[in-house]
Design a protein. Sequence first.
Length: 414
Amino acid sequence: MSGDGVVVVGGGQAGFQTCASLRQEGYAGRIRLVCDELHAPYQRPPLSKGFLTGKTSGDALPLRAESFYAENAIEIVNDAAAFIHRQACVVELKSGACAAYDHLVLCVGARNRTLQVQNAEAAGIVYIRTLEDAVRAARLLAIAQRAVVIGAGFIGLEFAAIACDSGLDVSVLELSDRPMKRAISQLMSDAFTRYHLSRGVKFRFGHGIAAFESVDGQVSAVVTTTGERLLADMVVVSIGVVPNVDLAAHAGLVTGNGIEVDRFLVTSDPNISAIGDCALFPHPNTNKMIRLESVQNATDQARLVAARISGTPAPYNSVPWFWTEQGAYKLQMAGTIDQCDQFVASGDPCSASFSVFCFRNGQLACVESLNRPADHIAARRVLSADRNLPTMADTAASGFSLKTWNNGNDTRAA
């Protein structure tokens, strides 16, 4: 070890947690956190939820007070990483400064996928990822009358729900045939479709965006790929993200749909780890390479890397969990539906409170819970437990309780 310590690139949840966990693990070396935003690390999930409504203030967003970093000897470097000199173990920064490291942790996240159509730069068209994005969206929300949301994913529908609450006329364009298709089951997707329709949201499934119209530089309408013209004085684009792999790729690290890492979250260079939204890692059950975008994934991976750097290595096998809040509907998920092919509902799928058990090759792999927090907590525990999981027959039995199963009673209730 040279004594250069750990350099963490990326000031999001993963980067912050890596630094905090290193100190919790007793790591005594130098820690530098390279942030390309002027803000200290802050929470991103509220940006498309409570921050837009005013329920979450800007003062509540920082992950820790500024004093935390000084007290824990974590140096925040407000700069961007430009190049990694792997042989020298040095990160060259955009300013020209350099940061030498014993170990480098890449928490470079992802960026919004952008639209490349006519008038895509018009005022009133926003993406929501950074604090500045959310501030712009909140200002527009306060004065807009008609909003078009492009993309029916979590963030797009979170905004659609808030816009409805604010009295806006809301239309949602989605290329696929249902909302949140890549992330949730058909049963749950149908429930959210009914809910948003009941509140006045107008869906255009199978519709893409052909162009924007503008007046004096301000967006005025959206033209769909079917030729339909939708009036709009505000547009939110939420069509997914692209992992930031350029820094790693230019350094010769193995990349794909993310920066490839092994089960210990180490890249093709043993002195470099990658975690969070940018990391492409082997799924512990399917061994398929996956990339996840969630606070849980970022924080759990950060803790694991900090423990490894501090001398306690372990493979990453955490059960992922996610959530989205859309008006009165809160969906919580444990596990992922990737490759799931059989689904069992617990409760009435036409109600505002039910769960879906999702099976992959006959084994429980994911539980979706709508307004059922107790089911979600039990699901996380059951999926994390080193024991037999409930079968489809178990979950379909009358009176089946995931909480009871979790407590060790695997007999079917009468």
